[in-house]
Design a protein around this ligand. Structure first.
Ligand SMILES: Cc1cc2nc3c(=O)[nH]c(=O)nc-3n(C[C@H](O)[C@H](O)[C@H](O)COP(=O)(O)O)c2cc1C
Length: 403
């Protein structure tokens, strides 16, 4: 924990600013000293009194305040061990990436030569704006740690990518930086599959499933944060600071996996792959007929997990299968690991409404080839991802060097 470390929290003018009150409380509870700097626009969203009371420090926002002989942008930059900007607006991200220093926060950023954590939050269209993306890439290339936003309901009334990352994630990222390097996966290549495959019936209809891809994204984010060369093969539209291969059907997913397989160290197969696809895709929209029934003929998709396990050598890559069950969870999972020959199976119960598909939380069991079962208690998918990666890394013969 970052006892005695100095965290500078920068708040900008986004609707998620209110969430940072809780983040400040989390940092304080961990024993860190917290100072806050706001852009003038941020003060439309949070009050100085709240931030001052939570951080137990004066809140800085005025660039030209007459105070100490040393300008605040210099003394704040000198004191802090890490500068966490959350939420980071499109505007502030773009200013920092271009060296613009036109308010106290951006001036401190320009003078700060220690680690940054940037947690963007904005409307989906702003997030997808090519200039914003280009500026983020610039920051990432300079070593700024970006905590990418999540998908979900946004304050502007739409659903999509752009929601501030979970506070846990921002907090953990900060702790990782302050408490020494924990990039224990550096030098490893990790492939993660995510989302439900989509099997087209005709140009307007398809067969799919309820998988949200959240667990896969959380696994890939964690692997990346831990230093791995990360490849996310997903059916969802996501933008990440690592390689994303967008696929649709099971066959496309298999091809993408084959292309990445050879130099992979770990493969996490968390996508929900359709067992069957339509035998004959209808290139025209299927017309309604007088018949009361319609029969679709399906053919078996390849069993991708089995295919990869057959390709595997004795030591590489470590392959982790996932199984979503509605009954006999552990028994089915044990049968699956024996049948497929993968190294681990992560099992979760999708009959429960409070965990699994489309929720932000999960509870899973990690089973190894000796059929030892480790339960990971209900918690955020991000924390679950961390536990899965830790367990797989340690139990596949690595001495874990992280805390
Ligand atoms: C109600 C409201 C909510 C806003 N939310 C965001 C947001 O979440 N993300 C963002 O990038 N900009 C958002 N903006 C636009 C920024 O406030 C605007 O770009 C501003 O110039 C940012 O200034 P700053 O980065 O210096 O704080 C919002 C504006 C309003 C009026």
């Amino acid at each position: 924990m970052p006892d005695g470390k100095n965290i500078l929290v920068g708040i900008t003018g986004g609707i998620a600013a209110y969430k940072i009150c809780e983040l400040i409380r989390m940092y304080k509870s961990s024993g860190a000293n917290v100072k806050v700097v706001c852009t003038p626009n941020a003060l439309n969203f949070v009050s100085i009194l709240t931030l001052q009371t939570l951080s137990q420090n004066k809140v800085a926002f005025e660039q030209f305040e007459i105070g100490d002989f040393k300008p605040e942008h210099i003394s704040y930059a000198d004191e802090a061990d890490v500068f966490v900007i959350a939420p980071a607006t499109a505007s502030t991200i773009s200013k920092i990436a271009n060296g613009i220093a036109d308010n106290l926060l951006t001036s401190i950023a320009a003078a700060f030569n220690k680690p940054f954590v940037i947690a963007p939050a904005m409307n989906t269209n702003m997030w997808n704006n090519p200039f914003v993306q280009e500026n983020l890439q610039k920051l990432a290339a300079q070593g700024y740690t970006i905590v990418p936003p999540e998908s979900g309901f946004l304050a502007c009334g739409t659903t999509g990518e752009g929601r501030l990352a979970a506070l846990d994630k921002i907090f953990d990222t900060t702790v990782d930086i302050l408490c020494g390097t924990k990039k224990f996966l550096s030098g490893k290549k990790i492939i993660v599959t995510a989302g439900g495959t989509v099997e087209d019936i005709d140009p307007v209809r398809f067969i799919s499933n309820y998988s949200s891809g959240k667990t896969g994204c959380a696994l890939a984010d964690t692997a990346f944060r831990r230093g791995a060369e990360t490849v996310l093969i997903t059916t969802k539209n996501v933008q990440k600071p690592y390689k994303v291969v967008k696929v649709k059907s099971a066959l496309e997913m298999q091809t993408a996996l084959s292309e990445e397989f050879d130099d992979a160290d770990y493969i996490f197969m968390s996508a929900a792959v359709a067992d069957f696809r339509i035998k004959e895709f209808n290139p025209q929209k299927t017309k309604k007929t007088d018949s009361d029934t319609l029969t679709l003929e399906l053919v078996k998709n390849p069993d991708i997990l089995q295919y990869l396990c057959n390709k595997k050598t004795s030591s590489r890559p470590v392959i982790v299968g996932f199984c979503a069950e509605t009954e006999n969870l552990i028994e089915n999972a044990k049968n699956k690991i024996l049948k497929k020959g993968c190294d681990f199976i992560v099992a979760n119960d999708v009959s429960r409404k409070d965990i699994g598909f489309s929720t932000d939380e999960n509870e899973v069991y990690i089973i190894n080839r000796n059929l030892d079962v480790k339960k990971v208690e209900k918690q955020s998918k991000l924390k679950i991802a961390e536990e899965i990666i830790k367990e797989v890394y340690e139990k596949s013969g690595n001495l874990c060097t992280h805390k």
